[in-house]
Design a protein around this ligand. Structure first.
Ligand code: FES
Length: 102
C-alpha cells in the first residue's frame, strides 16, 4: 500500500477482517485511540505512531493480529498492546521479545 504522507516511526496495521473482528479487534482499536491517541489514517503528533486498518494479514488462527512495521503481533489483548506500545516508546526491538512478537 502506498502512503500519501510519511507514516509514523512505528506503523501499526491492525487487521479488520472477519476473524479479527470476531476476536474483538474493535476493542484493540478503541484502546489505541482512547489511551494513546493513535487513530486510523493518522499519525501521532510526535510522529512516533501511525495506524492503518487493513484487510486480512493471513494469520487468522492467531486473531486479533496487528503488524508493527514488519513484525507480526498476534493473539492481541489490551495488556499485550500496552506492552507493545511501551516497548516501542522505549525503542526496543519487538523481534527479540517472543512475548510481544508472535
Ligand atoms: S482475519 Fe485478521 S489475520 Fe485474517
Amino acid at each position: 500500500m502506498y502512503h500519501k504522507s510519511p507514516p509514523g516511526r512505528y506503523h501499526l496495521q491492525l487487521c479488520r477482517t472477519l476473524s479479527c473482528v470476531l476476536c474483538k479487534m474493535e476493542d484493540i482499536q478503541g484502546h489505541l485511540e482512547s489511551r494513546y491517541g493513535i487513530h486510523p489514517g493518522k499519525k501521532t503528533e510526535n510522529g512516533m505512531f501511525s495506524l492503518a486498518l487493513v484487510e486480512c494479514l493471513g494469520s487468522c488462527g492467531t486473531a486479533p493480529v496487528m503488524r508493527v512495521n514488519d513484525v507480526y503481533c498476534e493473539n492481541l489483548t489490551i495488556e499485550k498492546v500496552d506492552r507493545i506500545i511501551e516497548a516501542c516508546k522505549r525503542g526496543e526491538t519487538l523481534e527479540e521479545d517472543p512475548m510481544l512478537a508472535h
